[in-house]
Design a protein around this ligand. Structure first.
Ligand SMILES: Cc1ncc(COP(=O)(O)O)c(C=O)c1O
Length: 478
């Protein structure tokens, strides 16, 4: 009997796996020799795809080669050591292995009885990483998520359920007053989306000004809460950020925690990127106060360098996920009903989902806390070097953060602070293919160039190459 087309025959499979492993190894070791950025040519990409009308099957190896070559050409290479971007890492080798195994074994993380090991691994990681943030492993809880967006969405939902128990059944419109939450002007916009997804609407997100270091102003927070209460709003959540997306600022967590405690509001800390400081003893004090948070977002697919997506939501309220997500149903597996175990579909937004934690588990098991601390330390050192070299080349770094993220403007150009000039510099660098950087606006208005060390393999040579690309851009824009 011919092998089913979805399985392929043994010989083809053997060749396919060899080719696949070779492609992965070649990419991991050669990515730095190529351009960082792709041509932005939708017509060419679509023309390449036009041959696939799926009426005539193509050979397995040919299809694989098509994808490998296509990804080489048409991708901003986030694993490239000169990608100075938006927290996207070079994936760990063990993370790649973990994700490949997950694809093959396809553990179903809805009911415990279907995936005892994968589910217990994720819970083990929640306790181990939660302890790094200062949570008591015996009492903390959490769930893996697709990324920071889903973890922040979970935070808004759980805070709503805590403050308004009737919300779960009756929804927002049954509440006596409009619930509002607080973020800084530098918070990630996933919190706006989360407010929308929870039915609150984006106007429910009240934005608190930041100080000159781009950190939420706790006094402004306290007075906005008082004003809102006076106007009949129902404050329920403060979402602080530890490591803002644009500038790496860390909100003053102890002072914000004090306000939240006094006002009896849920405190969430979005530490999607900056949370990795918890793994480095000398950086851990930067996160002081995070242990007081009711919930925390942390993305392993950012600074723990595992392949996307791997968000984690932590909480010190053991029952809250259950209260937010438990649903009565009759068709899910019941073999483990008598056991003291957790069914993720009753504990998180997703229902059926892939095993997210296994790539984190393998990476952490093999690197250990020490290995991770060394990698993060290296990236922080590269951030320091970048800062020094920018300053030495006439760029002014305008953000203050101990994390490896520089926001800068040009001191040697008359237009060096204008949005148009800075955009042109970024486009020039990106277009050169030598590096990827971006622009942002601090506190919603001040235009800057932004470069972040996101790759554990970025070296001093890579920093020098970025400085060179910036210099070329400046020269061409004179
Ligand atoms: C601080 C912060 N929170 C949340 C997110 C959203 O995370 P994700 O893109 O994994 O959904 C990001 C993304 O960069 C972020 O920087």
């Amino acid at each position: 009997m011919a092998a089913p087309p979805l399985m392929l025959d043994a010989e083809t499979r053997a060749r396919l796996w060899r080719q696949l492993v070779k492609a992965i190894e070649t990419y991991a070791t050669k990515v730095e020799a190529g351009r960082v950025t792709p041509p932005l040519d939708p017509a060419r990409v679509r023309a390449m795809l036009a041959r696939f009308d799926f009426s005539a099957p193509v050979e397995a190896l040919e299809a694989l080669d098509f994808l490998v070559e296509g990804l080489w050409e048409f991708q901003t290479h986030t694993p490239h050591p000169r990608y100075y971007g938006l927290f996207n890492p070079a994936p760990t080798t063990m993370g790649i292995a973990g994700d490949a195994l997950v694809a093959a074994f396809n553990p179903q993380l809805a009911a415990w009885s279907h995936s005892p090991l994968a589910i217990e691994i994720e819970q083990h990681l929640v306790r181990a990483l939660g302890a790094r943030f200062g949570y008591d492993p015996a009492h903390c809880d959490g769930t893996f998520a697709s990324g920071g967006m889903e973890a922040n969405h979970t935070a808004v939902l759980t805070a709503l359920v805590q403050a308004f128990p009737e919300f779960s059944r009756l929804g927002v419109h049954a509440l006596a007053a409009q619930p509002v939450l607080y973020v800084s002007a530098e918070a990630h916009h996933s919190l706006l989306k989360a407010a929308r997804l929870c039915g609150l609407g984006t106007d429910a997100v009240h934005v608190i000004p930041v100080d000159e270091s781009l950190r939420m102003d706790p006094e402004a927070l306290a007075s906005r809460i008082a004003r809102d209460r006076g106007q009949g709003f129902a404050p329920f959540l403060v979402a602080a950020t530890a490591g803002t997306t644009s500038a790496g600022a860390i909100d003053p967590l102890p002072a914000i925690a004090e306000v939240a405690a006094r006002e009896k509001l849920w405190l969430h800390v979005d530490a999607a990127w900056g949370g990795a400081a918890a793994l480095v003893p000398e950086l851990r004090p930067l996160l002081d106060g995070i242990e007081q948070a009711d919930s925390i977002t942390f993305d392993a697919h950012k600074w723990l360098s595992v392949p996307m997506g791997a968000g984690i939501y932590f909480t010190r309220h053991r029952d809250i996920l259950d209260r937010a997500f438990r649903i009565a149903e009759t068709y899910m597996p019941r073999e483990a009903a008598e056991l003291d175990v957790l069914n993720p579909f009753m504990h998180s937004i997703q229902w059926s989902r892939r095993a997210i934690g296994l790539k984190v588990f393998l990476s952490l098991a093999v690197a250990g806390w020490e290995g991770y601390a060394a990698a993060i330390r290296h990236m922080v050192a590269m951030g320091g070097l970048l800062r020094e070299q920018l300053e030495a080349s006439g760029w002014q770094v305008v953000n203050k953060t101990p994390l490896p993220l520089c926001c800068f403007v040009d001191q040697r150009h008359a237009e060096g602070r204008s949005a148009a000039y800075l955009h042109a510099v970024a486009m020039n660098v990106v277009g050169s293919g030598k590096a990827w950087i971006s622009t942002s606006r601090l506190a919603g208005s001040v235009p800057v160039l932004r470069a972040c060390i996101t790759n554990y393999r970025t070296t001093a040579d890579d920093i020098a190459a970025l400085i060179g690309a910036l210099e070329e851009a400046r020269g061409q824009l004179r």
